[in-house]
Design a protein around this ligand. Structure first.
Ligand code: ADP
Ligand code: ZN
Ligand code: ZN
Length: 739
């Protein structure tokens, strides 16, 4: 860092050219000029520059990747407006941004936008006036009120309202005293520094296998340098305690920083409380809705190096760390690490790159590692650390299948008799039940008995989902809502609409009538709309105030409920329908995670899987507990068809308001697809979601038999194809969604 970006001849006082990357989806860097004699700021300097009549903030960048685009002569360039008083963006982050851009075929500017957070984070931090005791001028009239303020104003600065309240006087007294000099004013940034986690606090005594795993991690953190680990431990085996040890080792060195990536949904009060119990303070939290002020405080504290531990969702990967020394990706198999909007990247994969560029160890932790990660561990690219036992007396729950063909629930109901019986026993024992159904709302489809009409979203090719608690129908694609109709919107028959299929609300209705005395709650993104609500509900369950919890996938993540001993999976086959590449793997992972909520303390747990296909390999793997064999079979199948992670996929999603134009664009791309032996081009085909928010959608898929080298082919192909106006082409490298 610190080298000039230009080979400026010392004897040449001419104005210098500066290349600035702006957080916008532009093609490359833009050139600006510095006034003569001014030294060129080092790469990574954050600057403010003019851009089409306004000001924009950007970063001084390399010009290595620029392909001799026509350079404007210096005198035509606009001058840099100012250099912002912010720390330099570290080299490894700038390299990371270029790397992610190249890999995802995005512009570096679009990636930089994620790293620069919000404009508010870069603006000056507001200050608040504080007071301490000053010199009382001679002859100042000291009233009782004034005396009281002076008595209360100590050495530590307080704000006016604080001081007034403590002294029991009105704010005018404080400001009046300040004017006389009897109180001294100090302007203090509203962003208080984060307190430092205390790594000297004593942690739990680790079990033998926990010790082995944590020692391996600590050694590498101590040595430094890039080193990826897979921490493969069953649910409840203490993976968190193990990676905490790596974090402790990293923080022993001055100025180092640690990043823990978790699925957004796992950023719960439970995790944070656990961290606080272990280290005496909360970590810096980063996710999409922490609010502007919190964002600014966190971003700046990370940039200055003051924040030492960040726990965040995928976007935390782009925070401006000064000196990253350790990364953990917890629940690394979680599908939410794939960002599906804007820059399409997979945070787990990019975290590996981030660690490599930062030169630090990284732990990928999961009870159900993704196939991608397992293959990397098998080939020796990642070191595998295994935890086979639950901590303490806890054992993995017993798994039972309920064959719905033999034990069908009554018509219009969803709980089979064996599950109902088990629920009764559990509640009679004073223990808790969790029912898992990954469907929000009351029913996924509303149908007219008279004319057969199905109520669809006006702008998407989806059915509206009934939310009976709110008396609304909602589109889960675009968010469109309408009041639940009294009659069929098509044939206008009354009392003719029927709800088809179950959602959690409908399950709630059934459970309520079956278990009249039980205390029941529904946990979904509809009922847990903010962290406080979530924390309250989690607390209620943990402290035994509820008997039955009904939830969507929101309940699968990381919660620890000691008295929960029965888990019922209402529809184990649900995730297998639709059948994309990873349907089996994902269903397996999800159900292991749900099952992992049962019997986490000293009482053993049981899991009932309701299924129409007890012989399905996923269900069999769950029943036998032999996930390894199942994943091996998945791996073989993927290898056989050269699917990821052996081969590579890229999908193109075309969308636009004019269906004909979208289809034409698809045809143009198909005809201009380059012929190669190893790469197949498929499509265009209407997307399974053929319309979203009024836009028609068509997909193409590129399949390469090998990994690597696909991006340049795709980029040239798209660039060399005529683009039809009004059609958007979204390129998704390593797609996870095929909708
Ligand atoms: P995982 O992340 O593997 O599911 P956790 O780290 O959440 O497992 O651990 C499960 C439970 O066991 C937690 O309540 C945790 O505090 C406890 N635990 C794990 N290891 C230990 C240990 N060595 N000593 C005491 N408690 C432990
Ligand atoms: Zn819609
Ligand atoms: Zn009708």
């Amino acid at each position: 860092m610190g080298q000039a970006i230009l080979d400026l001849n010392d004897s040449n006082p001419a104005p210098a050219r500066v290349r600035v990357l702006l957080p916008l989806p532009l093609k490359g860097v833009l050139d600006y000029r510095l006034p003569p004699g001014e030294t060129v700021p080092p790469r990574g300097t954050i600057v403010q520059v003019p851009l089409s009549g306004r000001s924009a903030v950007g970063v001084v960048w390399d010009d290595d990747n620029q392909s001799g685009d026509k350079q404007l002569p210096l005198e035509k360039l606009k001058p840099v407006e100012k250099i912002l008083p912010l720390p330099l963006m570290a080299d490894d982050l700038r390299k990371f941004i270029d790397w992610v851009a190249a890999y995802t075929l995005s512009s570096a500017g679009a990636v930089l936008r994620m790293a620069l957070s919000s404009p508010a984070a870069l603006a000056e931090v507001p200050v608040r006036t504080h007071y301490i005791k000053g010199d009382v001028p001679e002859g100042l009239r000291i009233t009782t009120a004034r005396q009281s303020v002076l008595d209360c104003a100590g050495g530590t600065p307080s704000t006016g309202p604080e001081l007034a309240e403590r002294a029991g006087v009105s704010a005018v007294v404080v400001s009046g005293l300040a004017k006389t000099g009897a109180l001294q004013t100090i302007e203090i940034s509203v962003d208080r520094p984060f307190s430092l986690p205390d790594v000297s606090l004593e942690g739990p005594a680790l079990s033998g296998e926990q010790q082995v795993a944590s020692q391996a991690i600590r050694d590498c953190v101590w040595e430094g340098g890039f080193k990826p680990f897979l921490l493969d431990g069953i649910t409840g085996s203490g993976k968190t305690e193990v990676y905490f040890e790596g974090l402790i080792e990293a923080l022993k060195e001055d100025g180092t920083q640690v990043l823990v990536l978790v699925p957004e949904i796992a950023l719960t009060s439970q995790w944070l409380t656990r961290f606080e119990t272990r280290f005496g303070t909360r970590p810096v939290v980063w996710h999409s809705d922490i609010g502007i002020a919190a964002r600014r405080r966190a971003w700046r504290a990370v940039a200055s190096g003051q924040a030492r531990v960040v726990v965040g969702a995928r976007s935390a990967l782009f925070l401006p760390f000064k000196k990253l020394a350790f990364i953990t990706v917890d629940e690394e198999h979680d599908p939410s690490f794939k960002q599906e909007e804007g820059v399409l990247y997979h945070a787990r994969d990019m975290a590996i790159v981030r660690a490599k560029l930062a030169g630090c160890p990284i732990v990928l932790a999961s009870a159900t590692p993704s196939l991608e990660t397992l293959v990397n561990a098998d080939s020796g690219k990642y070191q595998k650390l295994v935890l086979r036992e639950r901590f303490g007396a806890a054992v993995l729950p017993a798994m039972k299948a309920v064959d719905l063909r033999a034990d069908a629930p009554s018509a219009g109901q969803w709980l089979a008799p064996p599950l109902v019986a088990a629920m009764k026993d559990t509640i009679a024992n004073g223990e808790q039940v969790m029912l898992f159904l990954n469907r929000r709302g009351y029913a996924p489809l509303t149908l007219c008995r008279t004319c057969g009409h199905r109520i669809e979203c006006p702008s998407c090719s989806t059915w509206l989902v009934e939310h009976r608690f709110r008396k609304e129908l909602q589109c889960h694609q675009c968010g469109f809502v309408r009041p639940s109709p009294e009659m069929c919107p098509e044939c206008e028959s009354k009392d003719s609409l029927v709800a088809c299929g179950p959602g959690v609300e409908r399950l709630f209705e059934e459970v309520s009538s079956e278990f009249g005395d039980a205390r029941i709650a529904v946990m979904t993104s509809d009922t847990m709309t903010n962290p406080r609500q979530t924390a309250a509900m989690v607390e209620q369950i943990a402290s035994g105030l509820l008997d039955i919890v009904i939830g969507t996938q929101i309940v699968t993540k990381g919660y620890h409920f000691p008295n929960l001993t029965l888990v019922g999976v209402i529809d184990a086959d649900l995730g297998l329908r639709g059948g994309d590449l990873r349907a089996g793997e994902r269903t397996y992972q999800q159900l292991v995670q749900v099952a992992g909520r049962a019997g986490r303390a000293d009482k053993p747990g049981t899991v009932y899987l309701q299924t129409y296909e007890p012989e399905h390999p996923v269900v069999q793997a769950l029943l036998s507990g032999d996930g390894e064999t199942f994943m091996k079979a998945e791996q073989e199948a993927r290898a056989r068809y050269q699917m990821p992670p052996f081969g590579q996929l890229t999908s193109l999603i075309l969308s636009g308001a004019d269906m004909a134009a979208v289809v034409d664009q698809g045809r143009l791309l198909a005809t201009s697809a380059p012929g190669t032996a190893d790469i197949a081009f498929m499509g265009p085909a209407p997307a399974p979601l053929s319309r979203v928010r009024g836009l028609h959608r068509v997909r193409l898929l590129v399949h390469s038999k090998k990994r690597g080298g696909l991006q340049p082919v795709v980029r040239n192909w798209v660039q060399n194809t005529r683009q039809i106006k009004g059609v958007r082409i979204k390129i998704d490298i390593d797609p996870y969604s095929f909708l």
